[in-house]
Design a protein. Sequence first.
Lengths: 117, 169
Amino acid sequence: MEIIQNEDQLLRRVPFTDPAYIKDDGSLSSFAFKPKNGENGLSVNIAWMTTYEKSILDKARFRLYSISAGIPRSLELNCIYDPLPDNAAHALITGNFTKGICRQMASMAQRIAYPDK
Amino acid sequence: MIVLKKQTTVRDPLEYQGSSEYLNKLHRKVRKFSGTQSFETSTVVRFRYAAHTLTTSALQTIQKLHRFKHLNENWDSYGADKPSLSAIKQAENMIRQLDEVGIEVFFTAPGPNGEIVVELKNQDRAVEIYFYKDAPSDYILIDREQTIDEGETLKRKDSIIEFIKSNRY
């Protein structure tokens, strides 16, 4: 049985000051869902296993976006539970991150109203 | 100021058979400044573009680019590399070129691998142009959130400009 269900929300932290991944029209940059080269995948937190406060790390610099696990899976990516010693909620999105796929995920991610409303 | 296009060395007008009209035209443009009767062989004619004054928008975007130079490793909290100075410079050059043809940059940001994106937008159309430290620049064209083309920027620059300026591709 999959630990991560399709309806589980995955949280991704994005810079929002300078530089900001949130554009003037409120949309999110593709870079928010682009992993670093050589990494095992894109790091996210499984929302039900953590809190917004822990996931955001620094409220002055970041904001949170969520995406349901079903979305990357529909784009032929994988969602893998990958707990870390200091983060039991950690997961990885893995697969072939084309520019188009990064942009699609960014367009489907939802901004979390934290700490702002 | 003469606004011409490229550097050329006139060695022997006979070498330019079929281009004598071009040389005559060129000489007419230059004559009133140079006072010469005709081009001598081995005349070197240097052409310069009239300087373009950047728009406020382009200036602000370039200033933003320059601020990226101050980012440290792991600036995104996920281990991102420092933005590449080479990528920043390439992005700046592109912004200047786009500004000269009246195209405003919609968005720019550094990526996790030191790359820079310059994004253009026109209603339902968008272009993302990527600049890297060690690889040729590439782009994707987006129409109504679907990627419809991608490739190397240098080879398709005119098409990119045409795409973002027009409503038909």
